[in-house]
Write a protein that binds this ligand. Structure first.
Ligand code: MTE
Ligand code: MO
Length: 310
């Protein structure tokens, strides 16, 4: 893992963030916060800590860090390469094929998504397995809404996701650094959980290519590699899907990949994490079980040995 260098800041991106903050203040004043924000606030309210909303305590990471320090091997393995190569990834037209164990397999056109699935803002922590962390104001909708539309059968125990395979638009795929296409999977109950999001934007703007345009998964209690980008296929399966990083290095990356300070990566500690943009002299902060979402999701794994199912 190379040391983080603060990126140079194009003026356009500074403006994005300022506009977003202004708009948010107006929204807060008007009391129009989305359901996602209320949901994220469950943790805080549950402690009897008054009505302070979870996202009030989460200071979003600046736009320039979220969009210039990326993991997206299809656009290059360096942290800055995905932003530099973003122009290769054209995202129109785009469709998503939904298949497998469901009553109504079919195809979704990206142009129809806003009408079918209105988006809301979700401010989530995001934690990469490499021990860096950020807070992202996503724009998106619950994955469960999309999945229900295709009526999964009782045989659907898992959901498998695939990224676009097109080496012309994803030049990183011309090299064999990963088995292409990138594949990820969730257990059905994880996929249907209200925190599990399909993101189509961030900071109130369409998702930049380097962050997985036009749509990507966001599972905030799992390591970032589960949050697969630029999805073209979703398949309901009976068997546990094989996920890319697990196939590559099964001892280092599991299927579940729940954020867990008690289970170290074989090559580094997971006890602490570096906050993106905090500067190289800043202290790391403690990693939280399930990345801070334990109250909402720990029940999904009751009775499971999280050292075995890492
Ligand atoms: N298709 C695809 N999805 C991917 C990746 C990738 O290389 N290819 N990297 C993963 C990893 S390791 C992380 S940490 C997150 C990074 O998301 P971000 O660049 O938006 O922060 O995307 C995940 N999704
Ligand atoms: Mo990651």
């Amino acid at each position: 893992m190379s040391r983080f260098r603060p990126p140079s800041i194009p003026p356009s991106q500074i403006t994005d963030e300022t506009v977003w903050k202004k708009r948010r203040r107006i929204m807060q004043a008007a009391g129009v916060l989305g359901a996602g924000v209320l949901l994220a606030g469950i943790t805080e309210a549950g402690r009897g800590g008054g009505r302070k909303k979870e996202d009030d305590r989460l200071e979003p990471t600046p736009y320039r860090y979220i969009t210039t320090y990326n993991n997206f091997y299809e656009l290059g393995t360096g942290k800055r390469e995905p932003a530099e190569n973003a122009h290769y990834l054209t995202t129109r037209p785009w469709s998503i094929e939904v298949s497998g164990e469901c009553e109504k397999p079919g195809t979704l056109d990206i142009e129809d998504l806003p009408r079918l699935f209105p988006t809301e803002e979700r401010i989530y922590r995001f934690r990469c397995v490499e021990a860096w962390a950020m807070v992202v104001p996503w724009e998106g909708f619950p994955l469960s809404k999309l999945l229900k539309r295709f009526q999964p059968t009782s045989k659907a125990k898992y959901v498998e996701f695939r990224t676009l395979y097109d080496p012309e638009r994803m030049p990183g795929q011309k090299r064999n650094v990963l088995p292409w296409p990138y594949v990820e999977g969730l257990r059905m109950d994880e996929a249907m959980h209200p925190l599990t999001l399909i993101a189509t934007g961030l900071y109130g703007k369409p998702l930049p290519a380097q962050n997985g345009a036009p749509l990507r998964l966001v599972v905030p209690w799992k390591y970032g590699f589960k949050s697969i980008k630029s999805i073209v296929s979703i398949r309901f399966t009976e068997k546990q899907p094989r996920n890319t990083w697990h196939v590559l290095q099964p001892d280092e990356y599991g299927f579940y990949a729940n954020v867990n300070p008690a289970v170290d990566h074989p090559r580094w500690s997971q006890k602490r994490e570096r906050v993106l943009g905090s500067g190289i002299f800043a202290d790391k902060q403690p990693t939280l079980p399930f990345n801070g979402y334990a109250e909402q999701v720990a029940g999904l794994y009751r009775g499971m040995d999280l050292r075995k199912y890492f």
